[in-house]
Design a protein around this ligand. Structure first.
Ligand SMILES: [Fe+2]
Ligand SMILES: [Fe+2]
Length: 135
């Protein structure tokens, strides 16, 4: 389970509130572990992926608006994530979510998401704040 605290705050309200929602979705997925409820787990994963897609779009729009210098690198991180084979395989190849897969996905998600927030998203937050100070 991921616990939200201020150390994860990026300082942009809309982004922070979406990050909280994503953490809630990841934690919800974690509660399905060991339940044997493959259909619900697959549905929760699809929802999470759709939500993440929208979230990445919001960040991309913001970066484009501000001509953010690290846009390319940041976007690449999002794309790598979206393309990640685990998500792809589940929907396209297997169509089911086993407990082992769910455990692997959760480990990957938690690790990626926390690392991405604390590195790329926070850097974006700092940039946004310096921009609005100089505006
Ligand atoms: Fe991001
Ligand atoms: Fe983000």
């Amino acid at each position: 389970m991921i616990q939200w605290d201020d150390s994860l705050a990026v300082g942009i309200d809309e982004i922070d509130s979406q990050h909280k929602s994503i953490i809630a979705l990841i934690n919800e997925l974690a509660t399905l572990q060991g339940s044997g409820d493959e259909a619900t787990a697959a549905k929760a994963l699809r929802f999470l992926r759709a939500y993440l897609h929208d979230h990445f779009e919001l960040e991309t729009e913001l970066m484009l608006d501000l001509a953010y210098p690290q846009l390319k690198e940041h976007r690449q991180q999002h794309e790598l994530f979206i393309d990640h084979v685990i998500f792809f395989e589940i929907e396209k190849e297997f169509g089911v979510v086993t407990d082992q897969m769910l455990a692997d996905i959760l480990a990957f998600l938690q690790d990626w998401f926390l690392t991405h927030i604390t590195r790329e998203d926070k850097a974006l937050g700092v940039f946004v704040r310096t921009q609005s100070l100089s505006a």
